[in-house]
Design a binder for this molecule. Sequence first.
Ligand SMILES: Nc1nc2c(ncn2[C@@H]2O[C@H](COP(=O)(O)OP(=O)(O)O)[C@@H](O)[C@H]2O)c(=O)[nH]1
Ligand SMILES: [Mg+2]
Length: 443
Amino acid sequence: MQLKNDITDLVRETKRLLDGSDILGRQAARADIVLKKLEAERINIAVIGQFKRGKSALVNALLGQELLPVGIIPVTSAVTEIHHGDPNVAIRFYNGLVQPVRIEDLPDYISEEKNPDNRLDVSSVRIHSPSPFLAQGLTLVDTPGVGSFHKHNTEAAYAFVRESDAVIFMLSVDTPINEIEIEFLRNTRAFAGKFFFVVNKIDLVSPEDLAAFVAYCNDLLEKLMETGNITLFPVSAKIGTGIEELRDMLLRECRTGLLRILCESSRLKLYNIIVEALAQIELYWKVLVMPPLVLDRTVGRMERELDAFRERVSTTVSELGADQDVIVPGLSERLEAELNVFKLDLTSAVTDTFGMDYHYEIEELEQDEAVQATADLPLARHLGEQFARDASGILDDLGATLNRVLLYRNTSTPEVVTHIYALNRLVRQLRRTRNTLRHMEES
Ligand SMILES: Nc1nc2c(ncn2[C@@H]2O[C@H](COP(=O)(O)OP(=O)(O)O)[C@@H](O)[C@H]2O)c(=O)[nH]1
Ligand SMILES: [Mg+2]
């Protein structure tokens, strides 16, 4: 398909441009995700909607399996991805650790009741299921909910739609569409390649009331999405009405329209990545033209932050006992997780100080189920030294990057001119791609 090749080329070229810059790591990482999805020809469908609409119940109904807990109050920000494959469930934590669990223990991690305020720091759940529904290139994503009493839930849902290719937006007959949902749709319609609207809980109303509700939603959504072409799917996730039709339609769309949805979604995402990169460059210009006194203060603050991080390395080593000649099982993983947390905190420090994003890859640490023979483990001191080397390396790299970014402070004019020239060129190239992407929509 020519369109797919064109988009893939644009994503690849943009990623190359972004990789060449010190300040666009986050956007480069997002471009890489888009590229990988294009290569794998898989799309993910996020189920979005307000808390209690029956999202989890719908996912179960589509899969034909009681996989997800229903009726729980979900924890903030943890989405659940369901991929095709041999059955297993793994919890991902913010520090990068990935822990396999039994399906019946899932509520311990993703319900507010068992994990209040997400004390366990769960970032997401990854489930594999052999359900034939997923076999054609689909991944389903269950989300905590838009506009429930946790503000963070909405933010998580926003973040997720940005990375989704298609969205199933859940409404239910027991409550009309509210302001928060309207706002949400308005802000996200530019991100997903395709929206499907589902009206759930139709077992609760008479056919006449259902018809009236569907007509009302249809009107509202056509205006909101700026299209005369909205299809609503009335279902009951509980008793199964309409599920077969919805499933068939999704699979049909997927068979005939997967590449189209994938291309459209990749186009929208790349467009958004470029907009974000241009905004980031603009912030960087602001730093460059800061009055020298303000800049000196800012740089001084960052240097003090970096010193504090250097101290933290030795504290971490002694607190974890990683400075002793003993063998501590599990220490290696804990230090790796510490390193991830270190990177996350460093990111916030740079962002707070300069007002610019900074990005680190957070490595996933799959937990090995087989317990290693203790005799094979290195001494704690060796692991601690390795950790200190890695952490210092990260700080040195960041210091060098900041010096390079702020180079005009202490180097010669020709270098500054070259730097500014390169930056201008990058902006021009990004704008050109942005315009090409805009044209693709019109054609
Ligand atoms: N009557 C009825 N109740 C439903 C239906 N689907 C879900 N529910 C109920 O609605 C509540 C919320 O469902 P859940 O899937 O957890 O909603 P979520 O918060 O959107 O994931 C639960 O008590 C479900 O039993 C339905 O089709 N009909
Ligand atoms: Mg749910």
